[in-house]
Design a protein around this ligand. Sequence first.
Ligand SMILES: Cc1ncc(COP(=O)(O)O)c(C=O)c1O
Ligand SMILES: N[C@@H](CCOP(=O)(O)O)C(=O)O
Length: 410
Amino acid sequence: MQALKQYDGKYWKNLFDSRVGKTTWPYGSGVWSKKEWVLPEIDSDDIVSAFEGNSNLFWAERYGKEYLKMSDLWVKHCGISHTGSFKDLGMTVLVSQVNRLKKMNKPVVGVGCASTGDTSAALSAYCAAAGIPSIVFLPANKISIAQLVQPIANGAFVLSLDTDFDGCMQLIREVTSELPIYLANSLNSLRLEGQKTAAIEILQQFDWEVPDWVIVPGGNLGNIYAFYKGFNMCKELGLVDRLPRLVCAQAANANPLYLYYKSGWKDFKPVRANTTFASAIQIGDPVSIDRAVYALKNCDGIVEEATEEELMDAMAQADSTGMFICPHTGVALTALNKLRNSGVIGKTDRTVVVSTAHGLKFTQSKTDYHSKDIKDMACRLANPPVSVKADFGSVMDVLQKYLLSKVPKY
Ligand SMILES: Cc1ncc(COP(=O)(O)O)c(C=O)c1O
Ligand SMILES: N[C@@H](CCOP(=O)(O)O)C(=O)O
């Protein structure tokens, strides 16, 4: 920070803005356009990048107005990315550093992670691009097929383990302390250095105006800290004058941070995470718990939770307004809904919901919902296809009924 403070906020804003939309290697990446704040010493030739970042900050106009009576609601689509989640932002930095270490003949043979599906996808893609072996520990039958096939296709060594994510995490930590495998989970601060650029990007997309709220779904809890760090650096280095308030949103079935927050930060206990449609955050013993608490305390943050029905309804509602979000984003939208209903988040507050993965990775949950195939869930927004006989009369009958139901009633 001392070195970066040699330049004022205006200098940094101009530098970062001047790199947007360019192809000059490596600055066309939303992460590497902030190279001086991320990993300044790395040679550009050692960087492994897929031009990640620069993701769409979507004005959720219809969703905001119709469902929340809000006029200034935005969704940061971090999942519209190379491997379909925000993990690309951190993985480009970590794999680039490993690439550099290997060139320096450091004893790193491969890179490994435990994963609920997105970290493993990003790790295997970036490692494959650089020709570095990747090893992934996955909890058997607990991640989506779309996520499972990503490391398989990218040539990773995939271990499917009969345990949950927390069990995989414990094992990879033990294994990486014995073998020359570099640990790629967010314990490693290189990951967070990349992920923090999403916060800087949000400010940049608002012409350096600070939003009032940023809502982030939380599991292993690296990302909530990364957002705090990005915003805080912009404040400390004079690009903006305040921090947004952060909200961390958890699934009620995997809510150790929420319970800790509700105890007044008195009593942290890991939990056994239960099955949730938000499977990438089915985590009971988050590795970055201390970082997350530090972040939330320093920005007057809040923690909320979402039940399975709430998160699935929120996802379906958002999808019906033209998005195609993942269940984790449904968790974040539920948190927003609750904070709007209680009046904590105001009508005109500028609010950003961070969408963390692409909905196409979670089509099974959407299919189950729209088929009303979920036990004990009303699936009240299900929109199943209508089976119709393939003749003109039958098609006309259903279409007329449908159109009548859509005629505005004045
Ligand atoms: C799609 C998705 N959303 C949210 C999260 C939560 O991020 P973090 O583990 O950094 O809290 C993860 C991973 O845990 C994820 O894969
Ligand atoms: N959701 C993550 C869980 C691991 O988180 P990490 O950020 O510590 O790697 C995943 O996709 O594996």
